[in-house]
Design a protein around this ligand. Structure first.
Ligand code: ATP
Length: 448
Protein backbone atom coordinates (compact mmCIF):
# COMPACT_ATOMS: atom_id res chain seq x y z
CA UNK A 1 0.00 0.00 0.00
CA UNK A 2 1.26 3.41 -0.81
CA UNK A 3 0.61 7.03 -1.43
CA UNK A 4 0.37 7.98 -5.12
CA UNK A 5 1.39 11.50 -6.07
CA UNK A 6 0.96 13.24 -9.39
CA UNK A 7 2.98 16.45 -9.51
CA UNK A 8 2.43 18.85 -12.41
CA UNK A 9 1.72 15.91 -14.68
CA UNK A 10 1.05 16.64 -18.34
CA UNK A 11 0.60 14.60 -21.47
CA UNK A 12 1.01 15.69 -25.07
CA UNK A 13 0.46 12.90 -27.61
CA UNK A 14 2.84 12.67 -30.58
CA UNK A 15 0.22 14.27 -32.86
CA UNK A 16 0.26 17.37 -30.63
CA UNK A 17 -2.98 16.63 -28.74
CA UNK A 18 -2.72 17.86 -25.18
CA UNK A 19 -4.68 15.31 -23.14
CA UNK A 20 -3.63 16.34 -19.60
CA UNK A 21 -2.12 19.54 -18.24
CA UNK A 22 -0.58 20.45 -14.88
CA UNK A 23 -2.36 17.73 -12.93
CA UNK A 24 -1.61 17.74 -9.21
CA UNK A 25 -3.06 15.02 -6.99
CA UNK A 26 -1.99 13.54 -3.68
CA UNK A 27 -3.73 10.22 -3.18
CA UNK A 28 -3.22 9.09 0.40
CA UNK A 29 -2.28 5.58 1.44
CA UNK A 30 -5.50 3.54 1.42
CA UNK A 31 -7.56 6.28 -0.19
CA UNK A 32 -10.18 5.65 -2.89
CA UNK A 33 -9.90 8.49 -5.39
CA UNK A 34 -12.25 8.71 -8.36
CA UNK A 35 -11.30 10.61 -11.51
CA UNK A 36 -14.47 11.71 -13.27
CA UNK A 37 -15.31 13.83 -16.27
CA UNK A 38 -16.85 13.72 -19.72
CA UNK A 39 -15.49 11.65 -22.55
CA UNK A 40 -12.15 12.97 -23.73
CA UNK A 41 -11.32 14.93 -20.57
CA UNK A 42 -8.06 13.01 -20.09
CA UNK A 43 -8.92 10.75 -17.17
CA UNK A 44 -7.87 7.51 -18.88
CA UNK A 45 -4.65 9.12 -20.06
CA UNK A 46 -3.92 10.22 -16.48
CA UNK A 47 -4.52 6.70 -15.16
CA UNK A 48 -2.42 5.11 -17.90
CA UNK A 49 0.46 7.41 -17.01
CA UNK A 50 0.29 6.13 -13.43
CA UNK A 51 0.15 2.55 -14.74
CA UNK A 52 3.14 3.04 -16.98
CA UNK A 53 1.15 2.39 -20.14
CA UNK A 54 1.61 5.93 -21.41
CA UNK A 55 4.77 7.99 -21.37
CA UNK A 56 4.65 11.02 -19.04
CA UNK A 57 5.35 14.21 -21.00
CA UNK A 58 5.63 16.56 -18.02
CA UNK A 59 5.90 16.33 -14.25
CA UNK A 60 6.32 13.26 -12.08
CA UNK A 61 4.29 10.33 -10.83
CA UNK A 62 5.39 8.73 -7.56
CA UNK A 63 4.21 5.57 -5.89
CA UNK A 64 5.20 5.01 -2.28
CA UNK A 65 7.50 8.04 -2.34
CA UNK A 66 9.45 6.96 -5.42
CA UNK A 67 9.28 8.63 -8.78
CA UNK A 68 8.25 5.98 -11.30
CA UNK A 69 8.41 7.97 -14.55
CA UNK A 70 11.12 5.71 -15.90
CA UNK A 71 10.06 2.50 -14.19
CA UNK A 72 8.52 0.01 -16.64
CA UNK A 73 4.90 -0.84 -16.10
CA UNK A 74 5.49 -4.35 -14.78
CA UNK A 75 7.83 -3.08 -12.08
CA UNK A 76 5.54 -0.36 -10.76
CA UNK A 77 3.70 -2.65 -8.35
CA UNK A 78 0.32 -1.34 -9.38
CA UNK A 79 -2.50 -3.50 -10.70
CA UNK A 80 -4.91 -2.40 -13.36
CA UNK A 81 -8.54 -3.51 -13.74
CA UNK A 82 -10.11 -2.76 -17.12
CA UNK A 83 -13.53 -2.45 -18.59
CA UNK A 84 -12.85 -5.48 -20.78
CA UNK A 85 -12.23 -8.41 -18.50
CA UNK A 86 -9.57 -9.93 -20.76
CA UNK A 87 -10.01 -13.39 -19.26
CA UNK A 88 -8.50 -16.46 -20.92
CA UNK A 89 -11.42 -18.57 -22.14
CA UNK A 90 -9.52 -21.88 -22.00
CA UNK A 91 -8.37 -21.40 -18.40
CA UNK A 92 -10.41 -22.03 -15.27
CA UNK A 93 -11.30 -19.23 -12.88
CA UNK A 94 -8.51 -20.43 -10.57
CA UNK A 95 -5.96 -20.36 -13.40
CA UNK A 96 -7.19 -16.98 -14.60
CA UNK A 97 -6.87 -15.42 -11.17
CA UNK A 98 -3.45 -16.92 -10.58
CA UNK A 99 -2.13 -16.35 -14.10
CA UNK A 100 0.06 -13.35 -13.34
CA UNK A 101 1.56 -15.11 -10.33
CA UNK A 102 2.32 -18.22 -12.40
CA UNK A 103 4.13 -16.01 -14.91
CA UNK A 104 6.12 -14.54 -12.07
CA UNK A 105 7.01 -18.10 -11.06
CA UNK A 106 5.73 -17.81 -7.51
CA UNK A 107 5.69 -21.12 -5.59
CA UNK A 108 2.56 -23.16 -6.33
CA UNK A 109 1.48 -23.25 -2.67
CA UNK A 110 1.71 -19.46 -2.44
CA UNK A 111 -0.36 -19.03 -5.61
CA UNK A 112 -2.97 -21.43 -4.27
CA UNK A 113 -3.16 -19.58 -0.97
CA UNK A 114 -3.51 -16.15 -2.58
CA UNK A 115 -6.11 -17.34 -5.10
CA UNK A 116 -8.14 -18.99 -2.32
CA UNK A 117 -8.05 -15.81 -0.25
CA UNK A 118 -9.06 -13.63 -3.20
CA UNK A 119 -11.86 -16.05 -4.15
CA UNK A 120 -13.16 -15.81 -0.61
CA UNK A 121 -13.06 -12.00 -0.65
CA UNK A 122 -14.89 -12.01 -3.97
CA UNK A 123 -17.38 -14.77 -3.23
CA UNK A 124 -15.98 -16.90 -6.05
CA UNK A 125 -15.03 -20.06 -4.11
CA UNK A 126 -17.62 -22.27 -5.77
CA UNK A 127 -16.70 -21.13 -9.26
CA UNK A 128 -12.95 -21.73 -9.16
CA UNK A 129 -13.09 -24.71 -11.54
CA UNK A 130 -15.42 -23.10 -14.07
CA UNK A 131 -14.43 -21.55 -17.38
CA UNK A 132 -15.22 -17.84 -17.92
CA UNK A 133 -17.95 -18.60 -20.48
CA UNK A 134 -19.96 -20.28 -17.73
CA UNK A 135 -19.96 -17.18 -15.54
CA UNK A 136 -22.25 -14.16 -15.43
CA UNK A 137 -20.90 -10.71 -16.36
CA UNK A 138 -20.61 -9.76 -12.71
CA UNK A 139 -18.72 -12.95 -11.88
CA UNK A 140 -16.31 -12.35 -14.77
CA UNK A 141 -15.66 -8.86 -13.53
CA UNK A 142 -14.94 -10.32 -10.11
CA UNK A 143 -12.40 -12.71 -11.65
CA UNK A 144 -10.71 -9.71 -13.27
CA UNK A 145 -10.64 -8.05 -9.83
CA UNK A 146 -9.21 -11.26 -8.42
CA UNK A 147 -6.28 -11.05 -10.80
CA UNK A 148 -5.47 -7.61 -9.46
CA UNK A 149 -5.98 -8.59 -5.81
CA UNK A 150 -3.63 -11.62 -5.82
CA UNK A 151 -0.79 -9.41 -6.96
CA UNK A 152 -1.02 -7.62 -3.59
CA UNK A 153 -0.09 -4.37 -5.31
CA UNK A 154 0.65 -1.00 -3.77
CA UNK A 155 -2.26 0.48 -5.70
CA UNK A 156 -5.26 -0.54 -7.77
CA UNK A 157 -5.93 1.39 -10.96
CA UNK A 158 -9.41 0.83 -12.31
CA UNK A 159 -10.58 2.09 -15.70
CA UNK A 160 -14.38 2.05 -15.97
CA UNK A 161 -14.46 -1.53 -14.67
CA UNK A 162 -18.26 -1.64 -14.50
CA UNK A 163 -19.25 -0.13 -17.80
CA UNK A 164 -19.90 -3.48 -19.50
CA UNK A 165 -22.44 -4.54 -16.89
CA UNK A 166 -26.16 -3.92 -16.95
CA UNK A 167 -27.61 -1.27 -14.65
CA UNK A 168 -28.64 -3.56 -11.80
CA UNK A 169 -25.37 -5.44 -11.76
CA UNK A 170 -23.44 -2.19 -11.81
CA UNK A 171 -25.10 -1.09 -8.60
CA UNK A 172 -24.35 -4.45 -6.99
CA UNK A 173 -20.71 -4.53 -8.16
CA UNK A 174 -20.25 -0.91 -7.13
CA UNK A 175 -21.11 -1.85 -3.57
CA UNK A 176 -18.75 -4.82 -3.80
CA UNK A 177 -15.85 -2.78 -5.08
CA UNK A 178 -16.37 -0.34 -2.22
CA UNK A 179 -16.39 -3.21 0.29
CA UNK A 180 -13.33 -4.93 -1.18
CA UNK A 181 -11.36 -1.70 -1.26
CA UNK A 182 -12.34 -1.01 2.36
CA UNK A 183 -11.37 -4.53 3.46
CA UNK A 184 -8.03 -4.52 1.65
CA UNK A 185 -7.25 -0.87 2.31
CA UNK A 186 -5.33 -0.57 -0.96
CA UNK A 187 -4.85 2.89 -2.48
CA UNK A 188 -7.18 3.01 -5.46
CA UNK A 189 -7.59 5.32 -8.45
CA UNK A 190 -10.85 4.70 -10.28
CA UNK A 191 -11.77 6.29 -13.60
CA UNK A 192 -15.38 6.77 -14.67
CA UNK A 193 -17.55 9.17 -16.63
CA UNK A 194 -20.50 8.29 -14.39
CA UNK A 195 -20.95 10.87 -11.67
CA UNK A 196 -23.17 8.56 -9.59
CA UNK A 197 -20.38 5.99 -9.49
CA UNK A 198 -17.92 8.72 -8.59
CA UNK A 199 -20.07 10.07 -5.78
CA UNK A 200 -20.88 6.69 -4.26
CA UNK A 201 -17.39 5.18 -4.45
CA UNK A 202 -14.89 7.93 -3.89
CA UNK A 203 -13.46 9.05 -0.58
CA UNK A 204 -12.60 12.02 -2.75
CA UNK A 205 -13.61 12.81 -6.30
CA UNK A 206 -11.45 14.66 -8.80
CA UNK A 207 -13.44 16.32 -11.59
CA UNK A 208 -11.62 16.90 -14.87
CA UNK A 209 -12.53 18.95 -17.92
CA UNK A 210 -10.45 19.17 -21.10
CA UNK A 211 -7.35 17.75 -19.43
CA UNK A 212 -7.52 20.02 -16.41
CA UNK A 213 -8.47 19.34 -12.84
CA UNK A 214 -11.48 21.43 -11.84
CA UNK A 215 -11.93 20.44 -8.21
CA UNK A 216 -11.00 17.60 -5.90
CA UNK A 217 -13.04 17.10 -2.74
CA UNK A 218 -15.13 14.58 -0.78
CA UNK A 219 -18.40 13.88 -2.62
CA UNK A 220 -20.68 15.91 -0.35
CA UNK A 221 -18.39 18.92 -0.49
CA UNK A 222 -18.32 18.72 -4.28
CA UNK A 223 -22.09 18.71 -4.28
CA UNK A 224 -22.55 21.46 -1.73
CA UNK A 225 -19.69 23.73 -2.75
CA UNK A 226 -18.96 23.25 -6.44
CA UNK A 227 -16.00 25.44 -7.37
CA UNK A 228 -17.34 26.43 -10.77
CA UNK A 229 -20.20 26.07 -13.23
CA UNK A 230 -18.73 22.94 -14.76
CA UNK A 231 -18.57 21.01 -11.49
CA UNK A 232 -21.98 22.39 -10.49
CA UNK A 233 -23.58 21.12 -13.68
CA UNK A 234 -21.69 17.84 -13.88
CA UNK A 235 -22.25 16.57 -10.35
CA UNK A 236 -25.89 15.86 -9.46
CA UNK A 237 -28.74 14.04 -11.17
CA UNK A 238 -30.98 15.59 -12.33
CA UNK A 239 -28.47 18.35 -12.85
CA UNK A 240 -28.45 21.70 -11.12
CA UNK A 241 -30.61 24.22 -13.02
CA UNK A 242 -28.52 27.15 -14.26
CA UNK A 243 -30.14 30.50 -15.07
CA UNK A 244 -29.11 34.10 -15.57
CA UNK A 245 -30.28 36.45 -12.87
CA UNK A 246 -29.73 40.00 -11.60
CA UNK A 247 -29.00 40.81 -8.00
CA UNK A 248 -30.48 43.98 -6.52
CA UNK A 249 -31.53 45.48 -3.21
CA UNK A 250 -29.40 45.82 -0.15
CA UNK A 251 -27.53 43.61 2.28
CA UNK A 252 -30.56 43.08 4.50
CA UNK A 253 -33.01 42.86 1.62
CA UNK A 254 -31.29 41.07 -1.22
CA UNK A 255 -33.38 40.41 -4.31
CA UNK A 256 -32.77 38.18 -7.29
CA UNK A 257 -34.57 38.77 -10.54
CA UNK A 258 -34.79 35.70 -12.74
CA UNK A 259 -36.68 36.16 -16.00
CA UNK A 260 -38.88 38.88 -14.54
CA UNK A 261 -39.69 36.90 -11.41
CA UNK A 262 -38.32 38.29 -8.19
CA UNK A 263 -37.03 36.10 -5.38
CA UNK A 264 -36.06 37.36 -1.96
CA UNK A 265 -32.69 35.85 -1.19
CA UNK A 266 -32.70 34.18 2.19
CA UNK A 267 -31.00 35.66 5.19
CA UNK A 268 -27.55 34.28 5.77
CA UNK A 269 -26.66 33.89 2.10
CA UNK A 270 -24.37 36.91 2.20
CA UNK A 271 -22.73 35.59 5.34
CA UNK A 272 -22.01 32.31 3.59
CA UNK A 273 -20.88 34.10 0.44
CA UNK A 274 -19.36 37.43 1.38
CA UNK A 275 -18.12 38.03 -2.16
CA UNK A 276 -21.72 38.19 -3.39
CA UNK A 277 -21.93 41.78 -2.07
CA UNK A 278 -19.76 42.82 -5.01
CA UNK A 279 -22.41 41.53 -7.39
CA UNK A 280 -25.38 43.58 -6.16
CA UNK A 281 -26.60 45.46 -9.24
CA UNK A 282 -24.99 42.94 -11.61
CA UNK A 283 -25.87 39.81 -13.54
CA UNK A 284 -24.85 36.44 -12.15
CA UNK A 285 -25.32 32.78 -12.99
CA UNK A 286 -27.74 31.26 -10.51
CA UNK A 287 -27.82 27.55 -9.69
CA UNK A 288 -30.88 25.82 -8.20
CA UNK A 289 -30.80 22.13 -7.39
CA UNK A 290 -34.09 20.32 -8.18
CA UNK A 291 -34.55 19.26 -4.55
CA UNK A 292 -34.34 22.85 -3.35
CA UNK A 293 -37.72 23.53 -4.96
CA UNK A 294 -41.14 22.26 -3.91
CA UNK A 295 -44.78 22.52 -4.87
CA UNK A 296 -45.64 25.74 -3.00
CA UNK A 297 -48.95 24.29 -1.81
CA UNK A 298 -46.98 21.58 0.05
CA UNK A 299 -44.02 23.64 1.18
CA UNK A 300 -43.68 24.56 4.78
CA UNK A 301 -43.78 28.26 5.68
CA UNK A 302 -41.81 30.07 3.01
CA UNK A 303 -40.60 33.61 2.71
CA UNK A 304 -42.58 34.09 -0.46
CA UNK A 305 -39.76 33.14 -2.82
CA UNK A 306 -41.58 31.49 -5.68
CA UNK A 307 -41.44 30.84 -9.38
CA UNK A 308 -44.72 30.86 -11.24
CA UNK A 309 -44.99 28.87 -14.43
CA UNK A 310 -46.82 26.01 -16.17
CA UNK A 311 -45.98 22.34 -15.70
CA UNK A 312 -44.77 21.08 -19.08
CA UNK A 313 -43.73 17.61 -18.06
CA UNK A 314 -44.51 15.68 -14.90
CA UNK A 315 -42.49 12.54 -14.25
CA UNK A 316 -43.52 10.44 -11.31
CA UNK A 317 -40.59 8.48 -9.91
CA UNK A 318 -42.53 7.00 -7.02
CA UNK A 319 -40.35 8.52 -4.33
CA UNK A 320 -40.65 11.97 -5.88
CA UNK A 321 -42.08 13.78 -8.87
CA UNK A 322 -39.97 15.67 -11.41
CA UNK A 323 -41.79 18.73 -12.70
CA UNK A 324 -40.40 20.56 -15.73
CA UNK A 325 -41.39 24.18 -16.32
CA UNK A 326 -40.05 27.16 -18.24
CA UNK A 327 -38.65 30.40 -16.84
CA UNK A 328 -38.17 33.35 -19.19
CA UNK A 329 -34.58 33.78 -18.15
CA UNK A 330 -31.63 33.45 -20.48
CA UNK A 331 -29.52 30.37 -20.14
CA UNK A 332 -26.01 30.62 -18.80
CA UNK A 333 -23.60 30.50 -21.73
CA UNK A 334 -19.99 30.07 -20.75
CA UNK A 335 -17.22 27.72 -21.82
CA UNK A 336 -18.23 25.49 -18.88
CA UNK A 337 -21.90 25.23 -19.80
CA UNK A 338 -21.03 24.65 -23.46
CA UNK A 339 -18.85 21.75 -22.37
CA UNK A 340 -21.69 20.38 -20.23
CA UNK A 341 -24.10 20.68 -23.15
CA UNK A 342 -21.63 18.92 -25.44
CA UNK A 343 -21.33 16.11 -22.88
CA UNK A 344 -25.11 15.82 -22.74
CA UNK A 345 -25.08 15.50 -26.53
CA UNK A 346 -27.14 18.58 -27.25
CA UNK A 347 -26.79 21.03 -30.09
CA UNK A 348 -24.66 23.44 -28.10
CA UNK A 349 -25.63 26.84 -29.45
CA UNK A 350 -29.21 25.97 -30.33
CA UNK A 351 -29.85 24.65 -26.84
CA UNK A 352 -28.14 27.37 -24.89
CA UNK A 353 -28.85 30.63 -26.66
CA UNK A 354 -32.55 30.87 -26.03
CA UNK A 355 -34.39 33.53 -24.01
CA UNK A 356 -35.99 30.90 -21.80
CA UNK A 357 -34.78 27.99 -19.73
CA UNK A 358 -36.41 24.73 -18.77
CA UNK A 359 -36.15 24.14 -15.04
CA UNK A 360 -36.55 20.75 -13.35
CA UNK A 361 -37.90 20.65 -9.79
CA UNK A 362 -38.14 17.59 -7.54
CA UNK A 363 -41.54 17.72 -5.84
CA UNK A 364 -42.90 15.57 -3.07
CA UNK A 365 -44.99 12.59 -4.34
CA UNK A 366 -47.98 14.21 -2.64
CA UNK A 367 -48.09 16.90 -5.32
CA UNK A 368 -51.20 16.95 -7.46
CA UNK A 369 -49.64 18.96 -10.26
CA UNK A 370 -50.46 17.67 -13.74
CA UNK A 371 -49.15 18.58 -17.17
CA UNK A 372 -50.61 21.91 -18.26
CA UNK A 373 -51.37 23.10 -14.71
CA UNK A 374 -50.18 26.43 -13.45
CA UNK A 375 -47.50 25.80 -10.82
CA UNK A 376 -46.28 27.82 -7.91
CA UNK A 377 -42.81 26.65 -7.06
CA UNK A 378 -41.36 27.48 -3.71
CA UNK A 379 -37.57 28.01 -3.80
CA UNK A 380 -35.26 27.54 -0.84
CA UNK A 381 -33.14 30.59 -1.54
CA UNK A 382 -30.69 29.80 1.25
CA UNK A 383 -29.57 26.89 -0.96
CA UNK A 384 -29.06 28.88 -4.15
CA UNK A 385 -25.66 28.78 -5.85
CA UNK A 386 -24.06 31.82 -7.48
CA UNK A 387 -21.35 31.97 -10.14
CA UNK A 388 -19.48 34.70 -11.98
CA UNK A 389 -20.66 34.87 -15.60
CA UNK A 390 -17.21 35.77 -16.92
CA UNK A 391 -15.01 33.35 -15.03
CA UNK A 392 -17.54 30.55 -14.24
CA UNK A 393 -16.13 30.50 -10.68
CA UNK A 394 -18.44 30.04 -7.71
CA UNK A 395 -18.94 33.22 -5.71
CA UNK A 396 -17.88 32.54 -2.14
CA UNK A 397 -15.08 34.36 -0.48
CA UNK A 398 -12.79 36.99 -1.83
CA UNK A 399 -10.52 36.24 -3.60
CA UNK A 400 -11.83 33.01 -5.12
CA UNK A 401 -9.88 29.90 -4.19
CA UNK A 402 -7.79 28.07 -6.75
CA UNK A 403 -9.55 24.99 -8.10
CA UNK A 404 -6.67 22.57 -7.92
CA UNK A 405 -4.84 21.10 -4.99
CA UNK A 406 -1.69 22.89 -3.94
CA UNK A 407 1.14 21.70 -6.13
CA UNK A 408 2.18 18.32 -4.85
CA UNK A 409 5.65 18.07 -3.49
CA UNK A 410 7.89 16.42 -5.98
CA UNK A 411 9.86 13.60 -4.39
CA UNK A 412 13.51 13.63 -5.30
CA UNK A 413 14.20 12.03 -8.66
CA UNK A 414 17.62 10.63 -7.92
CA UNK A 415 17.11 8.06 -5.18
CA UNK A 416 13.91 6.94 -6.82
CA UNK A 417 15.70 6.04 -10.00
CA UNK A 418 17.56 3.25 -8.23
CA UNK A 419 17.27 0.38 -7.87
CA UNK A 420 13.74 0.15 -9.33
CA UNK A 421 14.34 2.37 -12.30
CA UNK A 422 15.03 1.16 -15.74
CA UNK A 423 18.57 1.36 -17.06
CA UNK A 424 19.39 4.63 -18.80
CA UNK A 425 18.90 3.27 -22.28
CA UNK A 426 15.55 1.73 -21.49
CA UNK A 427 12.70 4.10 -22.02
CA UNK A 428 9.69 4.20 -19.80
CA UNK A 429 7.80 3.43 -22.96
CA UNK A 430 4.37 2.02 -22.47
CA UNK A 431 3.68 -1.49 -23.58
CA UNK A 432 0.82 -0.05 -25.55
CA UNK A 433 -1.08 -3.15 -24.64
CA UNK A 434 -4.62 -2.69 -23.44
CA UNK A 435 -4.53 -5.49 -20.96
CA UNK A 436 -2.16 -3.79 -18.65
CA UNK A 437 0.60 -4.33 -16.15
CA UNK A 438 1.62 -7.86 -16.80
CA UNK A 439 -0.21 -7.73 -20.06
CA UNK A 440 2.92 -7.75 -22.15
CA UNK A 441 4.04 -10.95 -20.48
CA UNK A 442 0.63 -12.48 -20.61
CA UNK A 443 0.19 -11.64 -24.24
CA UNK A 444 3.54 -13.19 -25.09
CA UNK A 445 2.62 -16.31 -23.14
CA UNK A 446 -0.61 -16.45 -25.10
CA UNK A 447 1.24 -16.39 -28.41
CA UNK A 448 3.25 -19.50 -27.58
P1 ATP B 1 -13.14 8.42 -22.45
O1 ATP B 1 -14.02 8.35 -21.25
O2 ATP B 1 -13.90 8.67 -23.72
O3 ATP B 1 -12.16 7.30 -22.57
P2 ATP B 1 -11.09 10.10 -21.30
O4 ATP B 1 -11.51 11.20 -20.41
O5 ATP B 1 -10.59 8.90 -20.67
O6 ATP B 1 -12.27 9.77 -22.31
P3 ATP B 1 -8.66 10.14 -22.80
O7 ATP B 1 -8.88 8.81 -23.42
O8 ATP B 1 -7.65 10.25 -21.74
O9 ATP B 1 -10.03 10.75 -22.28
O10 ATP B 1 -8.33 11.17 -23.97
C1 ATP B 1 -8.00 12.53 -23.71
C2 ATP B 1 -7.74 13.25 -25.03
O11 ATP B 1 -6.58 12.71 -25.64
C3 ATP B 1 -8.86 13.11 -26.05
O12 ATP B 1 -8.96 14.32 -26.74
C4 ATP B 1 -8.36 12.01 -26.96
O13 ATP B 1 -8.89 12.16 -28.25
C5 ATP B 1 -6.86 12.24 -26.93
N1 ATP B 1 -6.10 11.00 -27.16
C6 ATP B 1 -6.20 9.83 -26.49
N2 ATP B 1 -5.30 8.93 -26.94
C7 ATP B 1 -4.63 9.54 -27.94
C8 ATP B 1 -3.55 9.15 -28.82
N3 ATP B 1 -3.01 7.96 -28.72
N4 ATP B 1 -3.11 10.06 -29.71
C9 ATP B 1 -3.66 11.30 -29.78
N5 ATP B 1 -4.64 11.74 -28.98
C10 ATP B 1 -5.13 10.88 -28.07
Amino acid sequence: MAEVVLARVGKVYPDGTRAVGDLNLNIADGEFLVLVGPSGCGKTTALRMVAGLEEISEGTVSVGGKVVNRVPSRDRDVAMVFQSYALYPHLSVRQNIGFGLTLRKLPKAEIRKRVDEAAQTLGLEEYLDRRPRNLSGGQRQRVAMGRAIVREPQAFLMDEPLSNLDAKLRVQMRAEIARIQRDLGVTTIYVTHDQTEAMTLGHRVAVMKKGELQQVAPPQELYDRPANLFVAGFIGSPAMNLLRGELSGAEDDLRLNVGGQELRVGAGVLEQRPALREYIGRSVAVGVRPEDMEDASLAEATDGSRFTSTAELVESMGSDVMVHFTIEAGAVVTEDTKELARDAGSDVLGELETPHTVVVARFSPRTEVKVGDAVEVSVDTTRLHFFDLDTSAAIWDLPSEPAEEPAAETPAETPAETPEAAPEDETAAPTGDETGDEAGDEAKEEDK
